[in-house]
Design a protein around this ligand. Structure first.
Ligand SMILES: NC(=O)c1ccc[n+]([C@@H]2O[C@H](COP(=O)([O-])OP(=O)(O)OC[C@H]3O[C@@H](n4cnc5c(N)ncnc54)[C@H](OP(=O)(O)O)[C@@H]3O)[C@@H](O)[C@H]2O)c1
Length: 183
């Protein structure tokens, strides 16, 4: 499973329920990487989407503790219930699309993180784990600096070293660099 996120210099991802910056080319990248696939997202992120509706052309697996929250996407009341649903999908089918609570809880099951790095520091109240300081992930690829709307940014990918604690527990294998996850 992959996570996909846009972060600033401090790994900030959001403020007051919204994104930190609008980068049309990053939105196009997000669309390219997710179209036809399945997104895992939290209730607050869904409510921040245009019209508060699931994105077209993608199935949405929504995390909410209110099972009757809405009828236009599948709602899961726990990480485990959502993972059981994802287990029936192909390896690259599901992408974790935020927000912070959801990235944090699903990261142990992610092998790769597609990170758009914006070279700016915004006020932020939601963050992604700093993968540059993580013993569990290493930078696998980083694109050239691009610019749009007065902002410099690059696409990058981080790959997990070994199994994550989630999969290690499930498969009885070894994981790299992380203690038991406090989900
Ligand atoms: N930069 C990026 O790439 C990016 C991407 C996505 C989002 N964001 C930003 O992130 C922010 C939102 O993140 P957030 O952390 O506040 O909220 P969130 O992760 O989007 O959603 C949190 C909600 O998910 C549900 N939830 C969380 N854990 C759960 C669990 N274990 N079981 C069942 N339901 C669970 C709960 O919904 P209920 O309250 O309904 O129970 C909870 O209130 C926004 O600012 C958004 O713009 C940024």
């Amino acid at each position: 499973m992959k996570a996909i996120a846009a972060v600033d210099r401090n790994w900030g991802i959001g403020m007051d329920g919204g994104l930190l910056a609008r980068l049309p080319s990053d939105m196009a990248y997000f669309r390219e990487k997710t179209l036809g696939r399945t997104l895992i997202m939290g209730r607050k992120t869904l409510e921040g989407l245009p019209g508060g509706r699931p994105l077209a052309g993608r199935a949405t697996l929504l995390l909410s503790r209110d099972p009757a929250y809405r009828a236009d996407c599948e709602v899961f009341g726990s990480v485990e219930a959502c993972l059981a649903r994802v287990a029936g999908l192909g390896a690259d089918e599901a992408l974790v699309a935020g927000g912070a609570e959801i990235y944090r809880q699903f990261l142990p099951w992610c092998d790769e993180c597609l990170i758009t790095k914006i070279d700016a520091a915004f006020p932020a109240d939601r963050h992604f784990e700093n993968l540059d300081e993580s013993a569990a992930f290493q930078l696998a690829w980083e694109g050239e600096a691009l610019s749009e709307n007065g902002l410099s940014y690059r696409f990058s990918a981080y790959r997990r070293l070994g199994l994550g604690p989630g999969r290690a527990a499930a498969e009885g294998g070894a994981c790299a660099g992380e203690g038991p996850w406090q989900g």
